[in-house]
Design a protein around this ligand. Structure first.
Ligand SMILES: [Zn+2]
Length: 267
């Protein structure tokens, strides 16, 4: 019996992808091309609870039957999906808190609520100006994030080195989200800035991964994963630079050239 496929409504698809950070919930490889999988295998059952983001490889594992059974059962996928979305949520919240504080150490949520410059009152019709002190502190913050990533990068173990880059990218994304607060509310479309950046960064991962292996997937070895995540980190650094330039680059009281030098040279 064939089941008819009804397209997943856009808003549901967007939310599923956002909660998974456009990333496969099983292998969590950010460079993989993903699709939305129906957990119960009914392609018309488009409710949120029935949908999970999988890469093509992991999706194939749901199709392997026989022997000891499927490698990925619906029960297992649901578990992966729930754990991953919880993880994404806490990573985002931590990165956003760090970005607000401009420091790598732990910050408490109550502090965040009191100090977050992004909290906008509804009576504020004018766009806020980002605090110059905060912007001037970003090169040092970036340098601290790099230092934090160094021990994992020094292990020489691919998975650790890639994770160090993922963590670094997450922290930088917190800065992007923070800076987006100084743009007009609909600047990034109907999506929230966090959704917008999640998509842009996922697409950068796929770009670097696609072009890195001219002879086909997995022909470049595991080093490709390190190179791709390093390249995305550079992309996100440039995105922050572009936003700073747009927001304050022309301000008389801001030394853009010096900021750019510190941001680019600081490691
Ligand atoms: Zn996967």
């Amino acid at each position: 019996m064939t089941k008819t496929r009804k397209p997943i409504p856009n808003d549901i698809a967007a939310e599923v992808l956002f909660q998974a950070d456009n990333t496969c919930c099983v292998c969590r490889g950010r460079e993989k091309t993903v699709q939305i999988h129906h957990i119960d295998e009914n392609p018309s059952h488009n409710v949120f609870e029935n949908l999970a983001v999988l890469c093509l490889e992991c999706h194939n594992k749901t199709l392997i039957k026989g022997g000891f059974g499927r490698q990925l059962t619906s029960h297992v996928i649901t578990k992966y999906r729930d754990e991953w979305s919880k993880d994404v949520k806490s990573r985002r919240s931590l990165a956003n808190r760090k970005a607000v504080e401009g420091q790598v150490g732990e910050v408490s949520l109550s502090e965040e609520l009191e100090t977050k410059p992004g909290v906008q009152s509804s009576e504020q019709p004018q766009l806020k100006q980002p605090p110059i002190d905060y912007i001037n502190s970003l090169p040092t913050f970036r340098s601290a994030l790099q230092q934090q990533a160094q021990p994992k990068r020094d292990t020489g173990i691919t998975s650790e080195m890639v994770q160090a880059n993922y963590d670094y990218i997450d922290s930088l994304t917190g800065i992007l989200v923070m800076l987006a607060d100084y743009y007009s509310p609909k600047q990034f479309g109907d999506q929230s800035p966090q959704e917008f950046f999640s998509e842009v960064i996922a697409s950068r991962f796929r770009w670097h991964y696609s072009v890195a292996e001219p002879h086909g997937p997995a022909t470049g070895g595991t080093i490709v994963r390190i190179l791709c995540s390093s390249s995305v980190a550079l992309d996100v650094e440039k995105m922050i630079e572009d936003m700073i330039f747009a927001l304050v680059g022309f301000n008389d009281d801001f030394d853009w050239d010096n900021w750019k030098k510190l941001w680019s040279n600081n490691t």
